[in-house]
Design a protein around this ligand. Structure first.
Ligand code: ATP
Ligand code: MG
Length: 409
């Protein structure tokens, strides 16, 4: 018991949650809300998913939910997780556990009824807070409330040992540091991450990429990224990221604030890499990034040096978001504001000329039509997208030129 209350939160009022809690009420004071939902509600941050912990074994959870006419999906029944679905919302319900063995990637667990023991398996003190969904009472076994308040991300137990149990915790440490670590950095934790870095090679590239993505999507990842570089955390999976890269990211995050731009994941990732198409593609392949992300990275890194004269043409070809990223990433300081201004309150214009228009102007149907249309569009882009009347004039001149070239050939 901590004496602290969870406080009002919209998700607590959901009828579906109340039904789940009523169905799973037990003599050990469960179920309880745990992890992110408790942590983020205390900070008055939005809560996306809700995890519950229970002393009931998974089969009993399924039986009780079904008796209460709540849909139960045995998501990971072996490791104790059942998903309850009510009003289109998912609630993950996990039976309390204790570790019996671990190999650095996954743990063998057995079910338990001791809340403190379940808390001790969790990674950081701020992630091991529990709340009674009915009374709002908070249960804090490892000083998570004080750490949350002070902005300290602290491993539960000995950091070296906790990292050896699961090396993903190294990356989770820096991710949570980005989101919640406004206070002093725990030097012991960082040193333990540095000592455990070899263990990252045992993790799948997808899991590494997923953590890195979450880290880079936090409001300001500058400090954790600098710490990671300084402690060799990137050495096994992204040796391209060096001290200079960390400084560029830091400057980029400041630019985002200065120009009131939302964080762009491809742009932030590119701040960490050299402006080299092949290197970027190799990194994307190594991290098994989605094809969509790979394409977004390629479009940005292959763009010509941006300035006021070409930024709209770039936006026309790859989209305004892409052009903004290119400006923020690669524009010379003296051109950045000008580029951003060119993209403000500006919609990508429509090119009104069609192949049929060129034929109507006298061009014979055939391969020359597509070629000439491209030439017309290129001139129109070059002239900074003049209105339709000028488009028609360009088309007329281009058709005349194409016809005369064809006659002379
Ligand atoms: P987020 O808002 O990012 O989802 P979260 O705290 O809910 O934050 P999850 O990754 O969804 O994080 O995990 C839920 C909870 O499970 C955590 O709060 C933590 O208590 C525990 N947990 C998750 N992954 C680990 C891990 N690798 N080692 C120890 N505990 C973990
Ligand atoms: Mg979560």
């Amino acid at each position: 018991m901590s004496g602290v209350q969870l406080g009002d939160a919209e998700w607590r009022e959901a009828e579906g949650l109340k039904r789940i809690v009523a169905a799973l009420r037990d003599e050990h004071g469960g179920p309880r809300i745990v992890g992110g939902a408790v942590r983020d509600s205390l900070l008055r941050l939005p809560v996306s998913d809700i995890d519950l912990a229970t002393t009931l074994i998974p089969e009993a959870v399924v039986d009780r939910l079904e008796a209460a006419r709540i849909k139960a999906i045995p998501t990971g029944i072996d490791h104790g997780t059942v998903t309850a679905v009510t009003d289109g919302k998912n609630y993950e319900i996990t039976t309390l556990r204790r570790d019996v063995a671990t190999d650095g990637r996954r743990a063998t667990v057995e079910f338990a009824t001791d809340w403190r023991e379940d808390a001790s398996r969790r990674d950081f003190t701020i992630n091991a807070l529990y709340a009674d969904p009915v009374t709002g009472e908070i249960f804090d076994y490892f000083g998570g409330l004080a750490d949350l308040d002070a902005g300290i991300v602290r491993f539960i137990g000995d950091p070296d040992q906790r990292i050896a149990e699961d090396y993903l915790r190294i990356l989770r440490y820096f991710r949570f540091l980005a989101r919640y670590g406004h206070g002093a950095v725990d030097a012991e934790a960082v040193a333990a991450c540095a000592r455990g870095v070899h263990g990252l090679t045992a993790l799948s590239r997808e899991r590494i990429a997923q953590e890195l993505t979450k880290l880079l999507s936090s409001p300001d990842p500058s400090r954790p990224i600098s710490l990671m570089v300084g402690n060799g955390i990137f050495s096994t999976f992204l040796p391209e990221v060096n001290a200079e890269a960390a400084l560029i990211l830091t400057a980029h995050v400041k630019r985002e604030a200065e120009f009131a731009q939302p964080a762009s994941l491809p742009a932030r990732l590119l701040t960490l890499l050299p402006k080299d198409v092949d290197t970027v593609d190799r990194v994307a392949a190594r991290l098994k990034l989605s094809n969509r992300m790979r394409e977004a990275l390629a479009l940005r890194v292959s763009a010509p040096p941006p300035d006021e004269s070409n930024i709209r043409a770039l936006a026309y070809r790859c989209g305004v978001e892409c052009a903004r990223d290119v400006a923020m990433l690669y524009a010379d300081g003296s051109h950045l504001a000008g580029c951003m201004k060119k993209l403000t309150d500006w919609d990508i214009p429509l090119f009104g000329i069609k192949g049929g228009d060129l034929i109507a102007l006298g061009l014979p149907a055939g391969p020359l039509v597509a070629k000439t249309l491209q030439a017309v569009e290129a001139i129109w882009i070059d002239e900074d997208f003049p209105p339709e009347i000028r488009q028609v004039a360009i088309a007329r001149a281009s058709v005349a030129e194409a016809l005369s070239a064809a006659r002379n050939a």
